[in-house]
Design a binder for this molecule. Structure first.
Ligand SMILES: *[C@@H]1O[C@H](CO)[C@@H](O)[C@H](O)[C@H]1NC(C)=O
Ligand SMILES: *[C@@H]1O[C@H](CO)[C@@H](O)[C@H](O)[C@H]1NC(C)=O
Ligand SMILES: *[C@@H]1O[C@H](CO)[C@@H](O)[C@H](O)[C@H]1NC(C)=O
Ligand SMILES: *[C@@H]1O[C@H](CO)[C@@H](O)[C@H](O)[C@H]1NC(C)=O
Length: 611
């Protein structure tokens, strides 16, 4: 019980009744006043103690901005892109990436000019014809044969290089892109020669063999369906389409009962079955979850298996992996691992997981979540083969409007992703934080807080969703004690303090802006872009920044290709007035390369056995 609050309540009653009696007012009024204050107390305890939502006064106000200013901001992003790309061209092309402090280059993939190929579609969208033309020389000249003792990393090459070629083809129809994509897709195909059809880690392009352990991470074995399906579509080759469908087929056949219908982090590539119980949407898992929905959307929403898998995975996440932090009520998603005491949340929150709000918003935007019967689905029946506890969880979800619920989850998570930037002295977001949990504070599952919120009359915004201020307390604690205090009040400590120029947060801000039309997502993106300009810019490009949680951030000598392919692309699209890539016509792969939504023709369905 909260004593000060209670005493305050009683004082109000005492003072009020003596005042009334003084004026000769009956005992009925006193009883009424007493009942009223009890009611207020009940409200108080429901509102503050049990769920404790922030008041709407906690809103960040942004001054309105004219359309011209937004357009100008998109051009500032284009200037940033040119700065980064010109540095790459001058000091690194045709190697993979620029090292932006030493003005040198690095071939951390295959030496196939990955930054140039990864950047093609962004240049096309930004209207950068000269840069595009020069980058195309790499598309013409790259020799996909590597020295005999090296291997091509399958996953990274598919999402960056193959994805880059395919989306540039989709935007331009230039046939050389289709031809090179076909060659690359074919040269990578030995990876699929496994008992399950899940790809191995790498390919030796000289020997035509696959290479790597027989246990693979979820993201690496299942983030290629979109690329191979679209490649099959534009080449008319059945073998590409067959490759695209192996992951879906394996997932449908996998036994996931003990994982609540979610896909664990490691898989046996021989048997095609899950190998551990680590459930996560972060590193080593992330894009596999993303492709479940996106494969469904890209192939014109015909493949119901993918839709069912998406609903199961999101339901498990909403019910089991989403929590509210104790003081600021920040909504976050974490992972759960097998400890001696059973599967427990780590309360880590990764920057990589910040794609999830965008994915949930995309799902809420495109799927009939509040009317699944329309597509022949019975939502609660999806839990029929799960444990009774999971089944109850589905019923809890179904007692809300599922579309609202997904969108609230998206908004709350995206806000926390943004706040992890805005909370820091640099304005840049750390790679991993650990949320306050345990001790005297019980951990609060988001869905429990949602049920409390509903029971107490839906007062204020849903838990974790109302607008919140960045942290204004001591941002740079000097010793362990101060760190402990900051942790306790800010609700998290920074576990990995580098901003790796990653896209996930601005990606989600972009999708939320397009889906909701709420300009606050744009403003938040602008905050982040300004921090990147201020902290990460070097004379020849942009650098990863370490120690974002201090006033002495440290640049590191790396500029990943995804900074150009994803981070700057999403920022540009966020500020552009025109919706250049409508979300119902295009689907972004996990490297932000847009592929068009397409339908298989009757002949293709027959020839390939697809839906
Ligand atoms: C890298 O190149 C930029 C642009 O030419 C230059 O300003 C900077 O001094 C160079 N840095 C180093 C370490 O050479
Ligand atoms: C590509 O590289 C391989 C291995 O170095 C070489 O044998 C082959 O001739 C090259 N192909 C072309 C078209 O240059
Ligand atoms: C993978 O599954 C196969 C076939 O069931 C089994 O023989 C093998 O031991 C498993 N490998 C691992 C690493 O679990
Ligand atoms: C949906 O499935 C559940 C079983 O999980 C069943 O009780 C319910 O009647 C079904 N609803 C409809 C409309 O078929």
């Amino acid at each position: 019980m909260n004593f000060p609050a209670k005493l305050l309540g009683n004082n109000v009653v005492t003072k009020a009744s003596s005042l009334l009696r003084h004026r000769g007012i009956s005992i009925r009024h006193v009883v009424f006043a007493f009942a009223l204050s009890i009611a207020l107390l009940v409200l108080y305890f429901n509102y503050f103690r049990r769920t404790g939502y922030s008041f709407p006064i906690d809103v960040m106000h942004y001054a309105p901005v004219t359309p011209e200013v937004w357009t100008d901001r998109s051009f500032q992003v284009r200037d940033a892109f040119l700065h980064a790309y010109h540095g790459y061209e001058r000091f690194a092309f045709p190697n993979d990436e620029l090292r932006p402090l030493s003005n040198t280059s690095i071939n951390n993939f295959n030496g196939w000019a990955v930054t140039a190929v990864d950047s093609l579609d962004t240049m096309h969208m930004m209207g950068l014809e000269q840069e595009y033309k020069r980058a195309m020389t790499a598309v013409h000249d790259t020799n996909f044969t590597l020295p005999a003792n090296t291997r091509v990393p399958f996953f990274e090459t598919v999402i960056r290089q193959l994805g880059g070629l395919l989306s540039a083809y989709a935007l331009t129809n230039d046939d050389i892109l289709r031809i090179r994509a076909d060659q690359l897709g074919t040269i990578l195909a030995p990876a699929f020669r496994t008992a399950s059809g899940f790809p191995k880690y790498g390919v030796n392009t000289v020997r035509g063999t696959s290479d790597g352990p027989l246990v693979g991470s979820l993201a690496e074995i299942a983030s290629y369906q979109m690329e191979y399906a679209y490649l099959g579509k534009i080449t008319g080759k059945k073998e590409h389409v067959d490759r695209a469908t192996t992951a879906t087929r394996n997932f449908v056949n996998a036994d996931l009962r003990q994982h609540g219908g979610m896909y664990p982090m490691f898989w046996n590539i021989s048997s095609g079955q899950a190998k551990d119980a680590h459930l996560s949407v972060g590193a080593a898992s992330d894009s596999a979850h993303e492709y479940i929905l996106k494969q469904y959307l890209m192939t014109a929403r015909k493949d119901k298996a993918n839709l069912e898998m998406y609903l199961r995975f999101t339901s498990h996440v909403l019910n089991n992996l989403m929590y509210i932090s104790p003081n600021r009520h920040l909504l976050y998603v974490t992972d759960s691992k097998l400890y001696r005491t059973g599967n427990r949340p780590t309360h880590n929150f990764e920057h990589l997981s910040c794609f999830l709000p965008g994915l949930l918003a995309l799902g809420a935007h495109t799927l009939p979540l509040n009317n699944l019967e329309e597509v022949g689905l019975n939502f609660t029946a999806l839990a029929d083969d799960l444990l009774p506890k999971q089944k109850l969880g589905y019923e809890a979800l179904a007692s809300f409007d599922l579309k609202d619920l997904h969108l609230w989850a998206a908004e709350g998570l995206a806000q926390t992703c943004y706040l992890t930037y805005a909370d820091q002295p640099t304005g840049l977001g750390p790679d991993i934080i650990n949320m306050l949990s345990g001790g005297s504070r019980p951990e609060i599952l988001w869905m429990d807080a949602m049920q409390d919120w509903r029971t107490s009359g839906r007062i204020g915004p849903p838990p974790g969703v109302g607008d919140k201020h960045p942290w204004v307390g001591d941002r740079t604690p000097r010793n362990a004690r101060e760190r402990e205090m900051a942790y306790a009040m800010r609700d998290y400590y920074v576990k990995n303090a580098d901003y790796q120029l990653r896209p996930e947060t601005v990606e989600s801000l972009y999708i939320l802006y397009r889906v909701t039309g709420d300009v606050k997502w744009r403003h938040r993106g602008w905050d982040i872009f300004q921090a990147i300009e201020k902290e990460a810019k070097t004379p020849s490009g942009y650098a990863i920044i370490d120690k974002v949680d201090t006033y002495n951030p440290q640049p590191l000598d790396a500029m990943p290709s995804f900074f150009l392919a994803e981070t700057l692309k999403y920022l540009y699209l966020l500020f552009q007035q025109d919706d250049l890539v409508p979300l119902d016509k295009w689907v972004f792969n996990t490297e932000a390369h847009p592929f068009p939504v397409f339908e298989w023709t009757e002949e293709e369905k027959e020839a390939y056995g697809v839906l």
